[in-house]
Ligand binder design. Structure first.
Ligand code: ADP
Length: 353
């Protein structure tokens, strides 16, 4: 990059980079974030494959292929992006698509990335079309076209970029355009974690936080964490509060039961809003189908959190189904809420019409 490019990049780059790590919750999350693949629990196949791709890229002295991480919130997409950078011994720049408003925002970051570094874009499905187009060229040809001046005097400057790795994360793979998705060389789906994996995550976090927690209490907490490490870690922090206020700081099964009860979380990790969503579909919409927008208004929940946070777990637990005509409850949902099941309901299949 010549002097002119560097100045342009410096001028364009703003506080958009790394804004995702500034709140207290984010700071706490960072402390617990595993730094290397070996500390990243679960997702065995994904980890094994990634280890191979990283080793191969390093042995060739190349940047890792662009990597696409897909999965619900809190399952480790941001963590994996920083692990990739650490394992590649590369720099990382982080941003999220909603923070990138104008082409200059993206150009500013791209012209500042260094050879072999990792550029992480969270919520990449929310990237604006003009920025998406700039990213296609950057990903494929490692350059961007930048228009200088206006009107007849305008000219396009082609700015070469160093070879970098784009790590894109999304909770909604279906909302990512296929030209963008197809430009990633590696695509990884991150799945919900099982109780054993969550137990290991809780054990590790408790050790870092220097919290004393019984093995039985870890098991109960793992069961109530919605298959999600972020929730496991957050609940652990809240239970540490309960343990120090109502007990001697030691997290026992009793503290977990008491704390989860106070937080309105049941033995499967369902919250009041989960039950409210199921009850609303059953009582107001006869069990469905009901569209996501209507449902989000009915339960007073933003459509993003309905679709990204509540629904995936309710679907995984078998209480809810997404059909082309909308959301439908299953027989399990009626049983959970102790509501008599209508006669035309097929076992676990939703209402038959
Ligand atoms: P996402 O980007 O998918 O929303 P994050 O990467 O921010 O999720 O992960 C949320 C928190 O969960 C992080 O603080 C991290 O410590 C923890 N976490 C996520 N995945 C794992 C894992 N596989 N092993 C250990 N901790 C994890």
């Amino acid at each position: 990059m010549d002097e002119h490019d560097r100045t342009l990049g410096d001028l364009l780059e703003s506080s958009i980079v790394s804004t995702s790590f500034q709140s207290e919750a984010d700071r706490q999350e960072n402390i617990l974030r595993p730094k290397l693949l070996a500390d990243f629990q679960g997702q065995a196949r994904l980890k094994e494959n990634l280890a191979v791709f990283i080793k191969a890229a390093r042995s060739r002295g190349e940047a890792l292929d662009h990597t696409f991480l897909i999965g619900p919130p809190g399952l480790g997409k941001t963590t994996l992006a920083s692990i990739i950078a650490n394992e590649m011994e590369a720099e990382i720049r982080m941003t999220s698509a909603p923070a990138l408003d104008k082409p200059k925002d993206l150009a500013g970051i791209l012209t500042n990335v260094t050879e072999g570094s990792v550029f992480f874009i969270d919520e990449i499905h929310r990237l604006k079309p003009a920025l998406e187009e700039m990213l296609y060229i950057a990903m494929e040809d490692y350059e961007i076209d930048w228009v200088i001046g206006q009107g007849p005097a305008a000219r396009t400057m082609r700015i070469p970029l160093p070879r970098f790795t784009l790590v894109g994360a999304t909770t909604k793979a279906g909302s990512v355009s296929s030209p963008l998705a197809s430009r990633f060389g590696i695509t990884a789906h991150i799945e919900f974690y099982n109780e054993e994996e969550l137990s290991q995550i809780i054990e590790r976090s408790a050790a870092i936080m220097e919290v004393d927690i019984e093995a039985d209490a870890i098991a109960v907490l793992a069961r109530c964490s919605r298959g999600t490490p972020r929730i496991a870690n957050r609940l652990l922090r809240r239970l540490r509060d309960f343990a120090s206020v109502i007990g001697d700081g030691h997290i026992t099964v009793e503290v977990v039961d008491f704390g989860l009860g106070r937080l309105g979380i049941d033995g499967q990790g369902l919250e009041r809003q989960d039950r409210n969503i199921l009850r609303t579909i059953i009582e107001f919409y006869g069990g469905g189908p009901v569209g996501a927008e209507t449902l989000s208004i009915s339960v007073g929940e933003a459509i993003e959190s309905l679709e990204d946070f509540y629904e995936p777990y309710l679907i995984q637990k078998g209480y809810l189904k997404r059909t082309p005509r909308g959301r439908m409850t299953t027989k399990l949902a009626y049983d959970l809420l102790n509501i008599p099941c209508p006669r035309n309901l097929d076992d676990n299949q939703g209402i038959l019409f």
